[in-house]
Design a protein around this ligand. Structure first.
Ligand SMILES: [Zn+2]
Length: 228
C-alpha cells in the first residue's frame, strides 16, 4: 500500500508540474515526511451535502495569483473532516446560513505557486512549500457563510484571501454584524473539531490533520480513487 501511495505521489508531482507549466519550479517536489499516516480518503464535499455551496476562487482569475490554478471548481476533504463539515452546515441552517466553500484539499504544486508569487513581507498568509500546507493533507478548508434567504455571501470584516490585519479572527474593526457572522462561523466550526488559523478568519484546520500525508494529486486523479 505504501508503495502504491508513493507511486501516486510521484505521478501527482509529474502531472502537477506539466499542468501548471512549472516543471522546473516543482522539480524539488513535496517534502518527504517520516512516520505512519492514515490512508487518504478524499471525499468531494457536494457528494455528501448539496447545500454546501462552492465558490472556488482558485479555479478563476479572481485569486491572489490572478489566473486560474485549478482546472476544475471542486472541493475535497478527508472523509472525517468532510463529515464534520456537513454537521457544521446543518447546525448553521438554524441560524439562516449555509457554508460557502472557497477551497479544501489543495495539491502541493499549487501551494508552491502561491509561495512563489507572494512578496516576502506577505508570506505569513501563505504556507511554506518546504513544510507543506494542511490543505495539502486534505484537512484544511477555507470558507464563509451564505444567507439561506438571499443566497448571497455574508459580509465579513475582510475579503477572502485579503492579506491585511482585517483578516485576523481577532480583528475588532468592521461592523458588529460582520464580526458576529465571523464569530458565529468560528463557533460552529470549533464545535465540530476545527480550529481557526490565527491570521485568517476563513481558514480552519481539522483536528486530525497531522495524521494525513502531504499529497500532490490533481483533482482529476482523485475522483473514484478513494471513494468507496
Ligand atoms: Zn486556507
Amino acid at each position: 500500500m505504501r508503495k502504491t501511495l508513493a507511486a501516486l505521489l510521484l505521478i501527482g508531482a509529474l502531472f502537477a508540474g506539466a499542468a501548471a507549466g512549472q516543471t522546473a519550479a516543482t522539480a524539488q517536489g513535496p517534502p518527504r515526511e517520516a512516520g505512519e499516516f492514515l490512508k487518504p480518503d478524499l471525499v468531494e464535499l457536494v457528494t455528501l451535502d448539496r447545500s454546501v455551496r462552492l465558490d472556488i476562487r482558485y479555479a478563476t482569475a479572481d485569486n491572489l495569483v490572478g489566473r486560474p490554478v485549478y482546472p476544475e471548481a471542486r472541493a475535497f476533504l478527508q472523509r472525517p473532516a468532510a463529515e464534520a463539515l456537513v454537521r457544521v452546515n446543518a447546525a448553521l441552517r438554524t441560524h439562516g446560513y449555509g457554508l460557502l466553500v472557497f477551497d479544501g484539499y489543495r495539491p502541493w504544486s499549487v501551494t508552491k505557486i502561491f509561495w512563489d508569487v507572494t512578496p516576502p513581507d506577505k508570506r505569513e498568509f501563505v504556507a511554506d512549500p518546504a513544510k507543506g500546507s494542511k490543505h495539502n493533507r486534505g484537512c484544511a478548508v477555507d470558507l464563509s457563510l451564505y444567507s439561506l434567504d438571499t443566497g448571497r455571501e455574508v459580509p465579513m470584516p475582510s475579503a477572502y484571501d485579503e492579506m491585511s490585519p482585517r483578516a485576523y479572527p481577532s480583528y475588532d474593526g468592521g461592523t458588529a454584524a460582520q464580526r458576529d457572522a465571523r464569530d458565529l462561523l468560528r463557533r460552529a466550526m470549533e464545535a465540530e473539531g476545527f480550529s481557526v488559523e490565527p491570521n485568517e478568519w476563513w481558514h480552519f484546520n481539522h483536528r486530525d490533520w497531522a495524521r494525513y500525508p502531504i499529497l500532490n494529486l490533481q483533482f482529476s486523479e482523485i475522483a473514484g480513487r478513494f471513494e468507496l
